[in-house]
Design a protein around this ligand. Structure first.
Ligand code: N1C
Length: 249
């Protein structure tokens, strides 16, 4: 009897987990019109279900990206590295910029962990490999693929917020440096404007040597600019809609 009870409870929790993930996915998806969320869910699942969660290549998400295409928003696209909270604190309140998390796929999967298992058709949210446990893990491959698609449609003036409180604001291992910047092409992107977020104890700024690597990676023809902006100014601009987007920094 005890074993049966344990089995039932375990079975229920696992099922609940699965349906909870699926309902989070669908309810977040349904906030966006123009998408067939059931179809998007199907395309999403096929990327990792019934697979070893360390053997999900970036390309496994190609059909998902095809099912939920990104629309280019010229001059409004915002990229970031190690500044997620500042960026989203700002974009939540103001309409100036669009981040990947404002698009269907980014917003649906932001903050979530998911993976499959060989021999199972379920989605698991526990026991999934961490970001750097193995290279081709379910979650990391998704963010690489989605970031690549988002960067592919970048156009006009592009903005990126980098962190002035770390040693290497432009870190070659970040998704921003390794996936996004190399995909900006001069025929679409005019200028890359880096906003260096400066806190009280900042250790780097726009003169940081890592930005040299950034300008060297940039496609010839894309101009580069960088501005040191205090975190409090970014917050102020987020809180005051009367400040025009272009006057924030
Ligand atoms: O490795 P990063 O920063 O440079 O990646 C950020 C970069 C942004 O410009 C986004 O367009 O790549 C995109 N991106 C996301 O939008 C995103 N949302 C949530 C990349 N990663 C994203 N995450 C999670 O943040 C992801 O699961 C991983 O843990 C971090 C990577 O962010 P980072 O190292 O600060």
């Amino acid at each position: 009897i005890v074993i049966v009870i344990i089995a039932v409870v375990l079975g229920l929790t696992l099922r609940q987990n699965r349906s909870e993930f699926e309902s989070t996915f669908l309810s977040r998806c349904e906030k966006f019109n123009q998408y067939d969320c059931k179809k998007v869910w199907g395309a999403f699942q096929q990327a990792y279900v019934n697979k070893d969660p360390c053997k999900v290549p970036v390309e496994a998400y190609d059909p998902l990206i095809a099912a939920a295409l990104f629309k280019p928003q010229c001059n409004r696209m915002m990229f970031w590295s190690k500044t997620k909270d500042v960026v989203h604190g700002f974009t939540e309140k103001r309409d100036c910029f669009v981040t990947l998390e404002d698009t269907l796929l980014g917003s649906v999967l932001d903050g979530l962990t998911w993976c499959g298992k060989e021999g199972s058709k379920d989605t698991f949210t526990n026991g999934c490999p961490g970001w750097s446990d193995c290279e081709n893990n379910t979650v990391r491959s998704f963010w690489i693929r989605a970031s690549a698609a988002f960067a592919d449609v970048a156009c006009g003036d592009v903005t990126a917020m980098l962190n002035g409180s770390i040693n290497t604001p432009f870190n070659p291992t970040s998704i921003f440096a390794s996936v996004e910047v190399p995909r900006f092409i001069a025929s679409r992107v005019k200028n890359l404007n880096v906003v260096m977020v400066i806190q009280k104890n900042n250790i780097s700024n726009c003169t940081d040597p890592s930005l040299k690597n950034l300008t060297q990676t940039l496609d010839t023809g894309i101009t580069f600019s960088c501005k040191d902006v205090s975190e409090s100014r970014i917050q102020e601009c987020g809180a005051k809609p009367e400040i025009a987007c272009g006057a924030c920094w």
